[in-house]
Ligand binder design. Sequence first.
Ligand SMILES: C[S@@+](CC[C@H](N)C(=O)[O-])C[C@H]1O[C@@H](n2cnc3c(N)ncnc32)[C@H](O)[C@@H]1O
Length: 419
Amino acid sequence: MNSAPDQTTSLAPPAATQRGRLIASCAPGTAPVLESELCALGLPVIQSRQTSVETEGGWPEIFALNLQLRTAQRVLWEVGYGRVRTVDNLYSHVRRMPWERWIPADGYLTVTSFVHNPSLRDPRFATLRCKDAIVDRLRELHGRRPDSGNERSGAVVFLYWNEETAILYLDTSGETLSRRGYRKIPLEAPMQESLAAAVVMASGWTGQANFVNPMCGSGTLAIEAALLAIGRAPGLTRPGFAFEHLLGFDPLRWREARLAAAQAAPRAFSGRIIASDINPAAIAAARENARAAGVADRIEFSVCDFAETPIPEGGGLVLLNPEYGARMGDAATLEPLYRGIGDFFKQRCRGYLGGVFTGNLELGQRVGLRPRRRISFSSGGLDCRLFLFELYEGSKRTRIQATITHPVGDKGAGEKDVN
Ligand SMILES: C[S@@+](CC[C@H](N)C(=O)[O-])C[C@H]1O[C@@H](n2cnc3c(N)ncnc32)[C@H](O)[C@@H]1O
């Protein structure tokens, strides 16, 4: 194999006083909302890409990002980069990095990767050799090596190798941050928690007005809305994070950070959050999930057809995530349902912003109203849209605009105005 010159650079680890490069990854389409979250946390947005936002920090920021971010999937801490042409180059580069600063020799290690390199027939080989390089180094230094496997239950290293650029990260989250830990009963076709948060936030709803969620299923949208409304950190219900398995982790500081987040006074919220579903089992699951998330007392549940959902005075957001045929039901049979949503909006939701999140764009058109905005998302590789409808009530245009403001300027990524 060709052995090109080694040019990997290893970066200083962020101790409490040092700052390093931190990357928050996210689903396609959600980076603008994630940017607004970083700004709200007072952190700089150094660079924003399609599926990640870069900031900087040390352990305090690693704690804060993992606890507080609603729309991120993972928080990655960059520890090395370099020019790497072949798997042999990769092995020697990775082996030269000071893993003994970060990875305990008696712990558990998982290596994950994104690999796009023409020299490789099977990208898994790169992941394997990256793992070999880390454990070989630790064994040489300590006489023992961490166990390794696919579970994200210990330290997690992420290899990004695209063409000749290899970047090594410590994945400080491990399991995706979307898994908040509150979904005890997922039901069929639940939304990912971070996607649900991104959809709510991209609509412009900030917790200043009512939030109505007919067809709530397991309650993800309503729960994320409630967490947002009271400003509760979404990471508080997680059983653990990968950073807890890294050397340099200070359990005392972490306990303080968690306690501060848990004891933060809830933000005042005077609106109502209403969630309904025609299926009693869905409402039972949503209640249980809301209880686990600590927001059961913030959500009013009812079992009813979506068209019968109570709509309080005062305006706000009515958001639905109907079935769209990809996983449940059949698109043709769902057309009347989408037409019914249009009628429901016109007849019962005047003065509100209406939202339909769907993975079937054709069905989205069947609502029969002209959307004010269409915001693109991706869920499990499927192109999805949030259609937003302004449901004017006479001269109430101003009221909708006063209660729902778009968080990332007039247009987020993937957003289209429709006039
Ligand atoms: C795609 S699922 C919603 C998933 C939800 N966003 C979650 O995260 O779990 C659609 C939901 O619509 C409900 N549903 C279907 N037809 C309905 C109707 N006519 N009225 C009210 N709910 C309905 C189903 O019971 C199902 O729970």
